[in-house]
Design a protein around this ligand. Structure first.
Ligand SMILES: Nc1ncnc2c1ncn2[C@@H]1O[C@H](COP(=O)(O)OP(=O)(O)OP(=O)(O)O)[C@@H](O)[C@H]1O
Ligand SMILES: [Mg+2]
Length: 321
């Protein structure tokens, strides 16, 4: 099977605290997954579970503590900037912080075309930019000479997608791309991802809290909890028939307008987060409705059931049978 991207036992450790009290937090802990060409793969989970850290390692924005990343079977070397060398592009949460308010939006496009030597003449440059903007429902004429403040958040997010497309990437990493976009426009953005997958064969690593859009757009999904993937499989298997108690809890929690609020509305979350990261055994044990003694001391193994990976002691016997 072709793998566009493969992460193998990826680990990121951060040291936190000050000189007096130091702690090492394993923000991404032995994470393995792959993304196929023309596939939308989602990483979902609550705030602080390690989604962005995983994305940053893939992009080469953060050094990898341990483990390997392969692009088209080729090992990513340390400090390599995958966004430069491997056709990986990124789209972030806040389109307004992507663009400098004092700079004309089209200048970013011209700059990328120049840096990557994508066109020779002025006309070819404009044609190239226009072609990418048309993929997101805009034209060169719509953006030429305008500043970021002249666009809505949704338009600006489309523009950042077009900008990511300039270099004909194979993989686009979209980190919470719709969480700051009006709810009414979210579907139009995620629809774009499907279109890019189907028409251009682009793969998307979609990072989100929002299981509704994840269900709608993803081919496969991995649910992360405190640095670990606890369940992974096709989106139908994982979201329609979740096996891990955490996946069930996530799916059954009522979606709210602002997903950020849902997970960070208590002051105690930071403490809880730290405690959970440091926990021996299963990190979800303290919140799990089905917790058993073994969960408190032994890290559950990765168990494969019907092509789904589940990291939970509830299925140990099933796996042995
Ligand atoms: N530079 C850093 N130094 C120390 N700790 C960090 C650093 N960056 C992230 N962390 C910690 O790593 C953990 C994972 O953070 P990360 O940003 O990857 O989570 P996330 O899943 O993207 O969360 P969110 O949904 O809020 O964006 C958190 O506990 C965070 O505090
Ligand atoms: Mg994040």
């Amino acid at each position: 099977m072709d793998k566009l991207l493969e992460a193998n036992e990826l680990i990121k450790r951060y040291s936190q605290g000050n000189v007096i009290s130091r702690a090492v937090l394993t923000a991404v802990d032995n994470v393995s997954f792959y993304i196929k060409p023309a596939e939308i793969f989602t990483l979902a989970g609550e705030s602080g579970c390690g989604k962005t850290t995983t994305a940053k390692m893939i992009l080469g924005f953060e050094d990898i503590t341990d483990g390997e990343l392969y692009h088209n079977g080729k090992l990513q070397s340390p400090h390599e900037k995958a966004w430069l060398t491997e056709g990986v592009q990124a789209i972030f949460q806040d389109p307004f912080s992507t663009f400098n308010p004092m700079r004309r939006v089209d200048s970013y496009f011209h700059e990328t075309v120049q840096n990557f030597k994508l066109a020779k003449t002025k006309k070819d440059t404009i044609d190239w930019i226009d072609q990418k903007l048309r993929l997101v429902g805009l034209t060169y004429h719509d953006v030429a000479g305008k500043y970021p403040s002249e666009f809505s958040g949704g338009q600006l997010q489309r523009i950042s997608i077009a900008r990511a497309l300039l270099t004909d990437p194979q993989l686009i990493i979209a980190d919470e791309p719709v969480s700051m976009v009006d709810a009414s426009l979210r579907m139009s953005i995620v629809n774009l991802f499907k279109k890019l997958r189907d028409e251009l064969g682009v793969s998307i690593l979609y990072i989100t809290h929002d299981l509704a859009t994840a269900y709608y757009v993803s081919d496969r999904i991995a649910i992360m909890f405190r640095g670990k993937i606890v369940e992974m499989g096709t989106v139908e298997q994982v979201l329609m028939n979740p096996r891990h108690p955490y996946s069930k809890l996530l799916r059954d929690s009522i979606p709210q307008a602002d997903p950020k609020l849902r997970w960070s509305d208590t002051v105690t979350l930071a403490e809880l987060e730290h405690e959970e990261y440091m926990r021996q055994g299963c990190r979800f044990a303290g919140r799990c409705p089905l917790v058993m003694d073994v969960c408190k001391t032994v890290v559950p193994p990765d168990i494969a059931i019907d092509d789904v990976l589940v990291k939970c002691h509830l299925y140990t016997e099933e796996a042995e049978a």
